[in-house]
Design a protein around this ligand. Sequence first.
Ligand SMILES: NC(=O)c1ncn([C@@H]2O[C@H](COP(=O)(O)O)[C@@H](O)[C@H]2O)c1NC=O
Length: 528
Amino acid sequence: MTSDRLPGPNVAIRRALLSVSDKTGLVELAHALDKHGVELLSTGGTAQALRDAGLPVRDVAEVTGFPEMMDGRVKTLHPLVHGGLLGRAGIDDAVMAQHGIGAIDLLVLNLYPFEQVSANPASSFEDIIENIDIGGPAMLRSAAKNFARVAVATDPAQYAGLVDELAANDGALSAKTRFSLSVAAFNRVAQYDAAISNHLSALDDAHAQQLFPAQSNSNFVKVMDLRYGENPHQHGAFYRDLWPVPGTLATFTQLQGKELSFNNLADADAAWECVRQFEQPACVIVKHANPCGVAQGAACGDAYELAYATDPTSAFGGIIAFNTTLDAATAKVILDRQFVEVLIAPDFDDAALAYCAKKTNVRVLKIPHGEGKNNFDVKRVGSGLLMQTSDIREVSRDELKVVTKRAPTPAELDDLLFAWRIAKYVKSNAIVYARDQRSIGIGAGQMSRVVSAKIAALKAEEAGLTVPGSVMASDAFFPFRDGIDAAAAAGIKAVIQPGGSMRDAEVIAAADEHGLAMVFTGIRHFRH
Ligand SMILES: NC(=O)c1ncn([C@@H]2O[C@H](COP(=O)(O)O)[C@@H](O)[C@H]2O)c1NC=O
């Protein structure tokens, strides 16, 4: 049942209760209500703010006959308040009259800032507990349950719409508005309770916060239904975090193109996360969640040409991401040359967009740069959830340990770090061949490392690229010397890998035999 089919008349707003922690927009809203002749009831600090603005307001304490007490722990928890919110028109009129309960038609309420206070390391445990709002959620639930007669606003962002509707409807609110406000209120209560539960259930006996709470409660907001899931017989939808991290995929704006699919979004995430790590203009082309070409160049066009040249066959129908503004010349080259599912960039020249507009099917996503990264990564397994901190570890030059007789040259070192950054985004077992800040061959998703190395060489050969002189990155250690032997046979000159195998000595000896330079990162980047 959709909200616009909900039966029910408009409700004239005659009496409102305002009780807000965040006083943004309060006075403006109250003035609008006052203009419509609405009686204003309010709690301590809110009432004071309204009085200071010259508005007529009645204290809830006067209505209930009880003072606010226990430092605000008890203010509105009273039948004269909850009866006023919960009483049903045409059903409870007699009992309300019998007990002198006046109907409240509008609740304007936002909650104690538990999320902000609990996230602040300077907050004491007592402060955090005092910021668990009790009366607020109780009133939100009462008003939201009774949407047939009552409207409830939980966020200053809703006020302007309310004021407009009251003006257009002669001081009344529609059933559709009341229902959508009710859903928003229940959502807010669910978010709030989830935040309290997550915080408290992550505390140990000394009240120190642990990384993983004993119960994990998540809230995601639907961005869109998708045509289908990973396959056409599956259903799909895309949700974002309540507060999306700046710079991540969920902050995208689709500027043009066909409806995004489940796989488009999964691949777009891989492409964007890989490309945004580079400082120079870079391009990443992704197919089936793996980069099939990555390069840095003087400008986005150069980067694209080099990335494309790694594997033109796989690039067909790919997701192409840039970390710089896409210019018109590059847009033209791409769109004239190849079929592309999604184009991603932090910005687009107007002329580039005009060119894209000629290919109406191409999805164009703008994702503004931002510093953020998701803190946690989750994966469903059966009726369970695997949760981990995200793989956001970068390896710096000084952390690299040279383990071979020959140390990498400065140019090899640059390429090793470049290849390492790509390997992090390639499904395991991942092998990346690279030279001069461009990928030469990528072997992904194999069950054995040596086969991934062979595939990387095969890809380079198919693309007509020369392997000799390239470097190799491996996302995890080589269990045997065969991977090094295969790489040396292909002409690889330097290797970057985590190290840590039982047979490291044998692997290092193989590298020395072939005159390779090899560095250990001490960090592994499995990606499944
Ligand atoms: N205890 C109660 O009965 C109660 N009733 C409303 N509140 C909260 O008091 C706040 C507003 O307080 P004030 O108007 O005093 O600034 C709102 O965030 C509201 O959610 C209450 N506070 C906490 O539980």
